[in-house]
Design a protein around this ligand. Structure first.
Ligand code: NAP
Length: 272
């Protein structure tokens, strides 16, 4: 079985990095099951693929945190011929000090960024193993490499995705299924509107486009890379987080983390 002969499941395909991953896979001939809650966005993506005579993009309006979402996606992928790729991209963030946040939103972040990734892997990866090969691409973040005061839950969820992906990659050795954790620094998408509604942001000069990020992630998954960090600056940042003492890293992250993302004015908490 080749990894291009089946369906590519892409969560969070209605905007940003996920929409680009779906578009690029479809453009190179891979049929896509595009998942998100905003059905009209998925329909637009699907119509654009049709107009360009690319491989079909099948929209699936779904909240991936809903009970039974994994099984529903698996059954739909089977109807469409079976999955070859699983891209766990759906995710969001919340900026601001933890104690000022809404506990329900923080719990939702964990459900979306962590639990849905586990549930979808549990539902889909057995089918990839049975078919003798496939690609899992989990979208983590550069935030996975260090604590992130000022958006504490987000960084922790992405550290979870990185750790989970690395473990799963090793467990799936010799099955033909590869697992890649994509760990981008800032990417121009709608996530910043969701994470800090109405807060002005100065886009950093090293921010990359969703198109670049998606292309980098797809190429890394094609190669079977386990950890994929786009751009030299982000690679250096990830490396620094591995070699510096944790106490230094968490202080440094508190001091410059939000400014690097373009939120110089946002508070990080009582000691920020
Ligand atoms: N942009 C960055 O700087 C950056 C950097 C590192 C990592 N990332 C990661 O990249 C991934 C994609 O984010 P993005 O930057 O492309 O942001 P985005 O444009 O806001 O896209 C987020 C996607 O997730 C979907 N989503 C959110 N909640 C969902 C739910 N409950 N069920 C199904 N889909 C849901 C959204 O679709 P609906 O609203 O239609 O459901 C949307 O398609 C995230 O995991 C994010 O953490 C982003």
């Amino acid at each position: 079985m080749t990894t291009t002969s089946g369906i590519a499941i892409v969560t969070g395909a209605s905007s940003g990095i996920g929409a680009e991953i779906a578009r690029q896979l479809s453009a190179r001939g891979q049929p896509v099951l595009a998942i998100g809650r905003r059905a009209h966005r998925l329909e637009e993506l699907s119509a654009r693929a049709r107009a360009a005579s690319h491989a079909p993009i099948h929209p699936l309006e779904l909240d991936v945190t809903a009970e039974g979402a994994g099984v529903l996606v698996r059954d739909r992928a089977r109807e469409l011929g079976g999955a070859a790729w699983l891209v766990n991209n759906a995710g969001t963030t919340r900026f601001g000090p933890f104690l000022e946040g809404d506990p329900a939103e923080q719990a939702m972040l964990v459900r979306l960024n962590c639990e849905s990734v586990v549930a979808l892997c549990a539902a889909i990866v057995p089918d990839l193993v049975t078919r003798g090969g496939g690609r899992v691409l989990n979208v983590a973040s550069l935030a996975a490499f260090q604590p992130t005061p000022g958006h504490a839950v987000y960084g922790a969820t992405k550290a979870f995705v990185l750790s989970f992906s690395e473990s799963l990659a090793v467990e799936l050795d010799r099955t033909g299924v590869t697992v890649t954790a994509l760990c981008p620094g800032p990417v121009t998408t709608e996530i910043f509107d969701a994470g800090a509604p109405g807060v002005p942001r100065k886009k950093p000069p090293f921010e990359i486009s969703a198109e670049e990020c998606a292309a980098y992630g797809i190429a890394a998954a094609d190669r079977g890379d386990v950890v994929a960090v786009p751009t030299a600056l982000s690679k250096a940042t990830a490396q620094l987080s591995r070699v510096l003492p944790r106490a230094v890293i968490r202080r440094l992250s508190a001091r410059i983390g939000l400014s690097i993302l373009g939120y110089g004015g946002l508070p990080r908490g009582a000691r920020g």
